[in-house]
Design a protein around this ligand. Structure first.
Ligand SMILES: [Zn+2]
Length: 118
């Protein structure tokens, strides 16, 4: 089933639809940071984008070597920092995600006390 990457055209993308699609295809539509599979569901497809490993704001080039498939949450977490390498960026993003997950889980396991309902 061909994946319709409509999201690429709906978002302010610094790369063209065709360029973005090439990168996503190369990376099998999987986020290079967290591994999210953009083909697994429509919801996943919606959050896929293309990331500049070295951000444009830091003179990162629009070159396939500097572009990776990336889900929006990872893209947001990664921000515009400059990392030594993709591996370095991945380590940072995954560590941040883990921290956020733990915070989320601790809130979940200690829900706000509510009066018992009958
Ligand atoms: Zn991700």
């Amino acid at each position: 089933m061909p994946l319709n990457i409509m999201t690429l055209t709906r978002v302010d993308m610094p790369v063209s639809h065709a360029e973005g699609l090439k990168i996503l295809e190369r990376d099998q539509f999987c986020c290079r940071y967290c591994g999210l599979d953009g083909k697994a569901s429509f919801e996943n497809a919606l959050v896929m984008s293309v990331d500049f490993v070295v951000p444009r704001a830091r003179k990162g080039k629009k070159d396939p070597a500097n572009l990776v498939a990336c889900c929006r949450p990872c893209n947001m977490i990664k921000g515009t920092r400059v990392y030594k390498s993709l591996e370095d960026a991945k380590k940072y993003v995954l560590a941040q995600r883990e921290e956020m997950r733990q915070a989320w889980e601790s809130k979940r396991s200690h829900p706000v006390a509510r009066p018992a309902s009958a």
